[in-house]
Design a protein around this ligand. Sequence first.
Ligand code: GLV
Length: 327
Amino acid sequence: MSQNKVFVTRELPAAALDRLAQHCELDVWGEFLPPDYAILLKKAQSLSGLLCLLTDRVDARLLAAAPQLKVLSNMAVGYDNIDVAEASARGIPVGNTPGVLTETSADFAFALLMAAARRIPEAQRYIKQGKWQTWHPTVLSGRDIYGACLGILGFGRIGQAVARRASGFGMRILTHSRGGSEERILAAGAEPCGLDELLRQSDFVSLHLPLTESTRHFIGARELSLMKPSAILINTARGGVIDQAALYEALRERAILAAALDVTDPEPIPLDNPLLRLDNCLVVPHIASASVATREKMAQMAVDNCIAGLRGERLPTCVNPEVYASR
Ligand code: GLV
């Protein structure tokens, strides 16, 4: 009997790959950049499993080209790169990697908040440009974090982990979350709040929403116009949650004070994107979950999902459990 073929779209931490290799015929994309869509399409024809990253588009056409596919395992908690409805229609379970990256991602959202509030990247540039001549009472003054009001949009695992950090900073925490129960919000020391009120009152607004058709451009010109001129927007969710053209205008006109973005639309952000010319916009390359330990755990989890799918077992973390209902 021929072995299950699995394509892994990038080099993962070795321990995870070694384990996967014991369960299938493994094909690992060894290049730094992702495989082109055309390559994925070609490989799809003979695959039983695909272990992919958020940079790989898995759409209806690709799924149609993969008649033997038993499992799709995404090494990410978000899965907006995958047409999950189509995978479900084809009975293919889709796995993701929730939980293991929660604290690391919340740490990073807070790091961005603090870096923007206290102007750390600007301060670093200031020194490198030879501008540090003396201690000065007003130079590079930022915003206090302690005691400020933080608005959290999306109160899932990562939003709640950000709230835990904010509590330690004595912040008032507001949250607007369509799915979140009031009990859970209050237990986390946060206050449920309407969207507009949250935007009006918050000194910091941190985004923790998945990207879906209903959250695309969730923050646009209207929402930005409600924010305080002293407010700072932090995005570690997905770039598409913000209307970037509207954000550029708001930052340029100083309608809000600053933004700190781990994610952009598209990724990578083109070097001629005007956001990169603004002093009040900090952009980093989608690294919120990038700690060595967390990336190892994510890889192991993605491998666990892949192995379970190859065996016809239920994936430990499955985003479309409805595929099992019909079995
Ligand atoms: C990263 O953005 C993830 O979804 O894991």
